[in-house]
Design a protein around this ligand. Structure first.
Ligand SMILES: CC(C)(COP(=O)(O)OP(=O)(O)OC[C@H]1O[C@@H](n2cnc3c(N)ncnc32)[C@H](O)[C@@H]1OP(=O)(O)O)[C@@H](O)C(=O)NCCC(=O)NCCS
Length: 189
């Protein structure tokens, strides 16, 4: 049950921490409620233990694991691989905090730009990404195998400063060029 939908009082109470293998069972419970083709336990554990480019985080609210996100940092580009919030805790600013934390960490890893793929029908996620300065730069037709849906490839050209961008940037007028091109390799957020 969601405690509140007003994100402001909640934002300060959200704790962000690196994901550990011990978090995976709770992550999987959210994963299965969030995606039609959820990742397996092995996929998450492999990302945590074997992928040197991967960085995964969790969000806790009141001590409860309520969301997670991950990315690959390759050279100066960060590829968001996943982001999800417990359905009972959506609309409270947790997705925003997770994405901001990814952006902060990507900058520390030396990344300057960030990309992701999103279902064409996922307007909630697209709205979150646009608030963070991501702009659609390409389409992958039939990318999602469960229903043949297209993926929209989005890029944020400048990660610094991390977090939501000012309104003039959000509409695409203030960000960098259109050189996003194709996203390389990530599984799609
Ligand atoms: C996408 C997702 C991570 C957003 O998490 P969240 O915690 O609900 O998001 P927030 O509360 O931080 O909201 C951030 C922004 O998302 C958008 N948003 C959130 N809930 C929304 C809703 N119900 N309707 C429309 N926009 C919404 C808004 O732009 C919001 O900013 P605003 O409050 O300033 O308008 C969450 O909906 C989710 O887990 N969805 C299922 C998994 C998924 O689709 N992941 C993305 C794959 S690409």
């Amino acid at each position: 049950m969601a405690i509140t939908r007003d994100p402001r009082p909640v934002a300060d109470e959200i704790e962000i921490a690196p994901m550990t293998p011990g978090d995976v069972p709770l992550v999987l419970a959210i994963e299965r409620r969030s995606f039609p083709t959820p990742w397996s336990e092995r996929a998450f554990v492999s990302e945590l233990r074997e992928n040197l480019y991967a960085d995964y985080i969790v969000a806790r609210y009141g001590g409860r694991l309520v969301g997670y996100a991950g990315m690959w940092c390759i050279l100066d580009e960060a590829h968001v691989t996943t982001i999800a919030v417990d359905p009972d805790f959506r609309g409270m600013g947790i997705g925003n905090r997770l994405l901001t934390a990814l952006e902060e960490r990507a900058l520390r890893h030396g990344c300057r730009r960030m990309t992701l793929e999103v279902r064409a029908s996922n307007h909630v996620a697209q709205r979150l990404y646009r608030r963070h300065g991501f702009r659609p730069c390409g389409l992958r037709p039939g990318y999602y195998t469960d229903n043949g849906e297209d993926a929209i490839v989005m890029w944020r050209d400048r990660l610094d400063p991390p977090g939501p961008v000012a309104a003039s940037h959000e509409d695409g007028s203030g960000s960098g060029g259109d050189d996003g091109g194709a996203a390389g390799g990530s599984g799609g957020a």
